[in-house]
Structure formats: C-alpha cells, structure tokens
Design a binder for this molecule. Sequence first.
Ligand code: KG4
Ligand code: ZN
Length: 338
Amino acid sequence: MATVLAIETSCDETAVAVVRKRHILSHLVASQVAQHRPYGGVVPEIASRQHVEAINSLVAQALEQSKSSWTHIDGIAVTCAPGLVGALLVGLTVAKTLAMLHDKPLIGIHHLEGHIYASCLENPDLQPPFLCLLVSGGHTSLIEVKDHGCYTTLGQTRDDAVGEAFDKVARLLDLGYPGGPAIDQLAQTGNPDAFRLPEGKISLPGGGFHPYDSSFSGLKTAVLRLVEKLRETEPILPTADLAASFQRTVAKALTQRTIACALDRGLRTIVVGGGVAANSGLRQQLQQAAQKQGLQVLFPPISLCTDNAAMIGCAGAEHLERAHTSKLTLGAQSRMAI
Ligand code: KG4
Ligand code: ZN
C-alpha cells in the first residue's frame, strides 16, 4: 500500500499530509484566512508569501506526526493545477526539491481530482463508477467518474461558482469573509421561505432548461436587487431570512440537477466534494432527495471538504499504484480541465 507525502498550496491554505493509500497518518492545514480577511478575499501575492513561510515546518511536522521517516515514503504528490500560479509554484518547488533530494517519484495532481478523492478517506471501499458533485470557490461541476483517472464533466456553472456566490452574497449582507460558513451559520436562525429567488436554470434555444448546467450570477444579482429594495423600507435588513432563503435556493438547485444526472446516467452513488460540501442546507436536501430515490450520497467530513493535502495524497496514491508519475519538469497551471 503506497505511502504518500502530499502538498497542497493552490489557494489560501498551506497543507501537508501523509497518507497510506486511504488512511490518514497526518494532516496539517495552515489557514491564511486572517491575513486575507482585511481585503475581503484572497490576495495572490500574500498567499504565495504565506505559503513560503509555512511550508517547510509543515512538512517536518507532518512527517513527525505520521511517525514516518523518508524511508517509509513511496512518493510525493503535489497539486499542480488549477489555482493561483504563484501559490502553486511554492508547493511544486518544495515537492520537486524533496523528490530529487530523497529520490522519490513526483505525482502531479489536479486539485479537483483531490476533492473527488476526499470521500475515499472515510469510505476506503468506495470505487467508481459514481457521480461527483464538485462545489467549491472556483468550480461547480457534475463529474462522472467512470474509473480511476477517467472523468467526464456532464454539468457546470456558466458563470460564478457556487462558493463564489456564497462569498459575494455574504459580502452584500456584510457577513465578512469567508462567506460560505457565515451564511450557513446565520441561515440556521432564518426563514428559508421568506423570499423567492431564481434557481439559476439555463434556458435552451429550443425551449426548456439545460438539465445539469447552472448559473449563479443571476441569483446573486437577484439578492442584490432584493437587498436594495428592502433597504428602502426596512429599518433593519432581515439578514437571517435572506441567508436562509439564498441557501435553500442554492441547495434545491444543486440537489435537483444532481439527482436528475445520477438517475439519467444510472449512477447509484453520489460523492460530494469541495468547500461548499460543508454546507448544512445542501447536506440535508441532497441526503433526503437521494434517500427517496434509493441512491447513496457521501459527504467528506467537514475538515476534508475545504482545501487540504490528505485528499491530494489519496489521489496521489491511486496514481502511484498505477505508475502514473510526473516528470521533474512539471509546471504549474492556473487553468486546466480535469
Ligand atoms: O474547496 P475550497 O476550500 O477552495 C476551492 O477550491 O475553491 O472552497 C472554498 C469555498 C469558499 O467559497 C467558501 O465560502 C465555501 O467553500 N464554503 C462554504 C462553507 N464552507 C466553505 N460554503 C457554504 N457553506 C459552508 N459551510
Ligand atoms: Zn478546493
């Protein structure tokens, strides 16, 4: 069973983990949220600098906590795309240096592939085929996983990613950064039926709607218009009702499209990944709808929904077992299809 040291630096978390195939031996995340909060979003230059400052000590700690030495490590997995190039380069440079120094194979991993594999860490017997709903700050995709490393994107967002919509709506409601967890928390105390919002359907030229694609920028604009109108009449903005209505709408839209896709493709298991997989409204609605259809739905534990290196290590171990390794000339790419 392959033991992999994994590094993830694609955005604003510096993460290092050691995994033995699907078993976590150590898993560390240094969050940069406090550094980016004053700017209301991720500042790429700050992200790169923070990664540089944190990474070496995280590698040492991850090895120590896993009770492994370099002789136990079979390969080094690293996120190489997509993400902030400056941030990715920090992880890649460290991974390549360690690979050379300790004579270990390097395994470049697509960040989304990591999110797909996060659920395998809790469900070691999980095998394709399954459908993955990938919902993060940068992506909203329905991906059919036919086999290990064999992915077909069946649905995606035409504009904003769902996590981006959470962050933008949170900013509109003055809930701070990052917005997703803040909306989730506030929504617990609000009425989800208070406001009707558009579900982000994509019209087709011949009539009807695209079954799996979404648009979330219209939903965000609808919240903006609603907030402007409410401000004219309400002394206090009903932020909890707005958060709950927004969250309910997003969860409903994603649930309908995901269930339809799974049924159409004959896939009995749905795996959810990415930061928005932590959302309690989505978890509840998708779980209920899947149960009604006799489908299995798997969510990673909250700590593995957002960016981490354990998921990169898990994907890396699958590749290493198939001898899918990368050259030391591997580069960082800001955009790359899975
Ligand atoms: O996967 P991730 O950590 O980074 C990317 O690859 O983008 O996802 C980050 C996104 C952010 O937009 C954040 O607001 C959102 O995930 N998020 C949530 C929740 N926790 C994180 N969105 C809704 N509800 C949550 N509980
Ligand atoms: Zn991510």
